[in-house]
Design a protein around this ligand. Sequence first.
Ligand code: FE2
Length: 288
Amino acid sequence: MKLDIHPIGYSFAAQVRQIDLREGIDLQTAQAIEDALARFGVLVFSGQPINDDQQQAFIEHFGPPSLVQLAELKTAKSAHPHFFDVSTVEDDGSQIDPHSARGMYLRANLLWHTDGSQAQPPMRLTVLSARCLPAAPPPTEYADMRAAYAALSTERKAQIEDMQVEHSIFYSRSKMGMKMSDWTPDAATIRPPVIHPLVRTNARTGAKSLYLASHASHVVGLPVETGRALIEELTEHATQPRFVYSHAWQPDDLVMWDDSWTMHRATPYAGSEPRVLRWSGVREVAPV
Ligand SMILES: [Fe+2]
């Protein structure tokens, strides 16, 4: 089927209309969605009151769903092996303690990041399904890392072309005050740091993009502080308003994005009404 696509950002992001994901999609539609992701990076499917089985069936069209094993994220309500909840509340409806391991872990979503860059292979696609929203939900912001790379000077592109960056979940979470004692004892063993290129080339489009995240700790071969300063500078460059799409959540939105050439972040929310976004995703098939 041909998708009904409407661009909604400056250089990327689009809304997909006239589709009901509860009915499932066929191979042709899945291919059209892949094509749209390669062009737009972020796709908004509005009015999709899906359940877990429908979300799972949808994501399976794009690859094996990623397992979610982090003890810090799992609750009885989000015990599904492939889901977790980007949530403001515990299962009993009480606010998540911002100083608990779960609270600190989720609060790091306020930092610009790319899902799963701390793993090898990293995430390729993410799907968030709005299951519960407050009256005025905080937007989620997305950055177009392809446009950001294209806007760099020739000299800067040449300088960073072959750089490799170490990513670590413990680095991003330390920015929120998480200490190693806040993690399960085996966390350091099962989540070692990984190395990814700073510049990625999209296999489908051939376009280059920056690959950054809050997990990006330092540049391999450079003094740590020098590499960190470069990562911060590039992150600031890539998240200028001209490269950003801000998504204002509506009830039953499903947002899907390509993690290989976009970054995103949550924005602060001080209200007490619950917000639950159900997360699932697909990894790259090979190391990056
Ligand atoms: Fe995220």
